[in-house]
Design a binder for this molecule. Structure first.
Ligand SMILES: Cc1cc2nc3c(=O)[nH]c(=O)nc-3n(C[C@H](O)[C@H](O)[C@H](O)COP(=O)(O)O)c2cc1C
Length: 209
């Protein structure tokens, strides 16, 4: 298994999403020490925002791209290659203002590429090229689980499902740790325990124990 692990929290030392994704990788490595991990921290190596040349280049057939267009797509090409080289993914991020960190959105904008990470079939259907093995670890300050007062305001999960579903991740796994900030200490502790219990079960499935 070759894993692509992406963290996106702006926090370094005290980030819960980073701690949980590291915990999950450690669980996998305990069973598979040979596990190959490609790591990207998009809060440090933030992919560029889409600019005008990128928008033109990405929809210009490869053979017709000018050197400037090729250059505009170079970093995105490299990210797509890393994505396609993996057969499993761990994406960890906090919820920011009900959706994803902008660094992770920039990552998505760089990896959704026609004829690279998805193809359009002759019948007009879209075929994603990612492996269908992805874990999303999200951390939230509030509790947005169904039935809670903010339960209807989770714009993060549907956005991730749509973008990665388009790229071929038909059955993603989500571990959403919440509430981690705006609650009593016992609730925060319970949320982390819940998340770690879920991660242990998923790690077991991934390594086949
Ligand atoms: C800019 C910003 C926006 C946030 N927006 C939300 C939000 O919309 N909903 C929420 O539940 N928590 C929100 N939070 C809280 C974080 O999601 C929460 O603290 C999370 O655990 C942070 O994860 P991290 O420790 O990996 O950085 C926000 C935090 C920041 C810094």
């Amino acid at each position: 298994m070759k894993l692509f692990h992406v963290d996106a929290s702006a926090k370094r030392e005290w980030s819960n999403s980073r701690a949980l994704s590291r915990h999950f990788i450690d669980l996998l490595k305990a069973h598979k020490p040979e596990l190959e991990v490609d790591y990207l921290d998009v809060s440090v190596d933030t992919p560029a925002h889409v600019d005008e040349l990128f928008t033109i280049a990405t929809y210009t057939p490869e053979a017709q791209r000018t050197p400037a267009m090729q250059q505009a797509l170079e970093a995105s090409d490299a990210l797509c290659a890393r994505l396609l080289a993996a057969d499993a993914y761990v994406f960890a991020m906090p919820m920011y203002n009900f959706s994803m960190p902008s660094s992770f959105k920039a990552f998505i904008d760089n990896i959704v590429r026609t004829n690279l990470t998805y193809k359009i079939g002759e019948d007009g259907s879209y075929v994603g090229k990612m492996a269908d093995k992805a874990l999303f670890i999200t951390t939230r300050g509030a509790d947005l689980r169904p039935g809670k007062p903010l339960g209807g305001m989770d714009a993060l999960t549907p956005a991730l499902r749509a973008a990665f579903g388009f790229l071929g991740v038909a059955a993603p796994t989500f571990v959403d740790a919440q509430p981690l900030t705006f609650s009593a200490a016992e609730e925060r502790e319970a949320a982390l325990v819940r998340a770690k219990t879920e991660l242990a079960a998923i790690a077991g499935r991934w390594v086949g124990t």
